[in-house]
Every structure is written in C-alpha cells, then in structure tokens.
Design a protein around this ligand. Structure first.
Ligand SMILES: [Zn+2]
Length: 439
C-alpha cells in the first residue's frame, strides 16, 4: 500500500519583499516551507509586497493570555488574534492564570487551546512554585515532559524571592535544558509600591518602587546561576543599574539573558504627573514601573549593543473596571502585542540604534533560542518554516484601541501616532493576517 500524500495547500509567492530591509526579492512558499528566494518566482497564489519589509515571524517570550480564569480580560483565542495582528507566530503564555499553570494538566490545556485557535503557536510557561506561592517547587519535570514541552519557568507577576528556592529551581531545570525567567522584585522593598521611586513619586506622594529592588534580585540571581551553572533569564529590565549588572554577568561568560518591554523603551514616569490623558492616569501603572529618561536611554543602548537580548511585550490585559479606577486601586499592566513592532521602530529603528536585522534578532531569533522553541526564530532562507511577517514601515497610524483584537483596551498609546503597520503574517505558510486583517 502506498502512503497517502499530504494535501498540498498550494504554493504562495510573496512578490518584491525586502528581506530584513534588503533588496526586493520574491519568496516562494510550498507545503509550509520556504522553497525559493529570487526573482520572477511564480506560485498558485501571489501576495504583493512591494515596499514591505519581510521579517521572520515574531516570537514573544512574555505574554499574559489570562486563560484559564480571567477570560473577562483575555482568552487564548483573542490574545493570539492580537499576536498574529502584531506579527507574532509564537507567544510564551505566562503561568499566572487561575488555576496557576503549575502542573502538566494546566500547561497542556493552554497548549491545546493555542493549537485549536490556530492564530499563532502558544508555548506555555510553567510556574516555578506551586500556586506562585513561593514556598514549594512546582512539578517542573512533569511540565517539561508534558505534551506542552515546557522549557521556560517563571512565577512572573511575583518574584521567586527565596534564594534557596531560586537556587533549587535553577539546579532542577538543567536536567531538561530549561531556563528560569525571573520577575526581579524584592518584595519587602516594594511593599505598597505605586510607581518609580524618584522625584515624581515624591511630588505626587505615591509610594515608590525603588530601582534597587530590581537590581538586588538580578545581582543575586546572576550569582546563583553562575554558582550552579544554570540558565537565567531576567524579565522586563527597567533600570540603568540592571543593565550594568547584566553586562557584568555576561562579561563573566555566565548564561544570563535579559528582556526589555516596548513601553520601557519609550515611556517615562513623568507621564504619571503630566500626560495627554491627565495626571494620575492608571493607564501608565505597570510593573515594573515606568522609569526615568536616563533609564530609557540606558535600556535602548543595551538593547542595541546586545546586553539586552530580547524585546518581550509583557502584554498584560485588564478589563476596564480594573484599570479605569483611582490610581491606588488600579491593576498594573499594559497591552502590547499589537503595538510592539511599531514602538520598536520608533524607539530603536528611527533613532538609528537598530536595523531590521537587529530587530529580527531581538524579536524572533533570540526569544525562540532562549525558549528552545524549535520551528520558530529561523532566518528567511530556503528550507526554513515559512513563518514570515510583512511590515510597512512607512505607514503612520493613530492608535485606536477600539480596533484591537485584544479583549482589553489598556494601551498607553491611545491617541498617539505610531509608525509602521503589520500587513501580513504567515504561520508555516498559512496566512493568519492579510491586508492588516485576520485572514
Ligand atoms: Zn513581570
């Protein structure tokens, strides 16, 4: 009996795209794989891409999809629609759901929901400790061995503040080449914290979140990772001092990587005092908090020189009632999947700090490498899976959260004009987004 041949979806040619901003070329996709790159290629279907930049499908190391438990804020379905519209072909879903993703059962559930939705691949992050309680290690090995094949472990939203637990987690994940992604926040130094500790918090009378609370944990964890010979990833760096510590750890040859969010590359804590949407607007309340102009400059320089490896969104959807309330009571977090590439263009490309190859490294190759995500973060070349984002850098659009696929509206960019527009996203050769809309 001869084997049944797979049904071919037909070939697609992307015409005249500038791969990583280079010279225009055609990209031929067959059976979900890049089958040719060159001139005058033909296929069953044609996608015109003159003037568009082709990037490898973006990979997010840090997304909150909120399901299970907070489906009023986001679901796997709505969050992955937002991801595809933002140019992403894979996202890592953080573990602070309800129930917490601390067992093989929960991570497999999230992984399957992602497969069913089909807009982008969902790679669950496993919790480090049971219930994020910071007391006992979760079933790290069972999550690693599950169908979801978890490699990134994080209590994000909370810090693994106990040094002994952190050491044991770092030791444990070595068995399956995992990484511990730390939300660096010394809890006692940030009790009741509302915004960056500095001149603005002093004037506004809000309890400060001091830079040292982040930096002290990062320094400790770099030392622990080196001591046990394990991999550490530091979530959402926000201060100039954190950059210096990561730079020092890397200079020692230690296995430490770091991420920065788009909002920490663009926004500062002055916005809490004075912004287009008034003072004390909780749209700017986020954890870690927006910092100073000097911090933003240091983060940009570190992303440019490779000290910071990755841009990760920390997409954190919250329903209106949790955000449009008084500052002290409001939830911390901002959505970001649908604006990340535009913010990176404004903060890094238009400032001359990064070219498009640099963007591909920090928003696709590096996050896939750190997450050990096979099939993503591969260069646009013959033989790679056809995960491709087509982007128009010349577009300028006013941010309209009402148009977003995310179930939540808490973007800090409302009313602001951002550059660029994701025109199309291909996941293994299948268009998830075409003409800027879900396909
Ligand atoms: Zn976090």
């Amino acid at each position: 009996m001869s084997p049944v041949s797979p049904v071919s979806p037909g070939s697609i040619v992307i015409k005249g795209a500038r791969i990583l901003g280079g010279e225009p070329a055609d990209i031929l996709i067959e059976d979900g794989v890049i089958a040719g790159i060159g001139r005058d290629l033909a296929g069953d279907e044609t996608v015109e891409a003159a003037g568009l930049i082709a990037l490898p499908g973006l990979v997010d190391l840090h997304t909150h999809l909120r399901e299970p438990g907070r489906e009023d804020a986001e679901t796997v379905e709505t969050g992955t629609r937002a991801a595809a519209l933002g140019g992403y072909t894979a996202v890592h879903a953080m573990a602070n759901t309800s129930p917490v993703a601390d067992t093989a059962g929960v991570v497999e559930q999230v992984w399957r929901l992602g497969q069913e939705a089909g807009h982008c691949d969902v790679q669950p992050v496993g919790a480090v400790t049971e219930g994020l309680a910071g007391e006992r290690l979760a079933e790290l090995g069972a999550m690693a061995d599950s169908a979801a094949r978890v490699r990134v472990f994080s209590d994000d939203g909370k810090c693994v503040s106990d040094a002994v637990l952190m050491r044991r987690a770092l030791e444990y994940v070595k068995a399956f080449d995992g990484v511990v992604a730390q939300h660096a926040q010394e809890p006692r130094l940030t009790a009741g914290a509302q915004m960056n500790e500095g001149a603005v918090s002093g004037r506004l009378g809000l309890t400060g979140w001091p830079a040292v609370a982040e930096e002290a944990i990062i320094a400790r964890d770099c030392l622990l990772a080196a001591h046990v010979g394990s991999r550490l990833h530091v979530c959402h760096l926000s201060t100039a001092g954190s950059v210096e510590i990561v730079r020092w750890a890397k200079s020692k040859g230690w296995n430490v990587t770091a991420e920065v969010t788009p909002h920490h590359l663009l926004l500062t804590d002055d916005l809490v005092e004075d912004s287009p949407v008034g003072a004390y607007n909780p749209i700017y309340k986020v954890n870690p908090p927006l910092r100073t102009r000097e911090d933003v400059e240091a983060l940009r320089a570190a992303l440019a020189d490779g000290t910071i490896d990755v841009v990760a969104t920390d997409h954190a959807p919250h329903p209106v009632e949790d955000k449009e309330t008084e500052w002290a009571a409001a939830a911390m977090g901002m959505i970001g999947l649908e604006t990340a590439l535009s913010v990176v263009q404004e903060a890094m490309v238009e400032t001359g700090l990064l070219d498009w190859a640099g963007v591909a490294e920090r928003m696709s190759y590096a996050p896939a490498r750190i997450g050990r995500l096979a099939g993503h973060g591969r260069p646009i070349e013959v033989g790679s899976p056809a995960n491709i984002t087509l982007y128009d850098p010349s577009a300028r659009e006013e941010v309209d959260p009402g148009s977003y696929a995310s179930k939540s509206r808490n973007t800090p960019y409302e009313g602001r004009t951002l550059p660029g527009r994701v025109v199309a996203t291909f996941l293994r050769g299948r268009a998830t987004v075409l003409d800027g809309k879900l396909a």
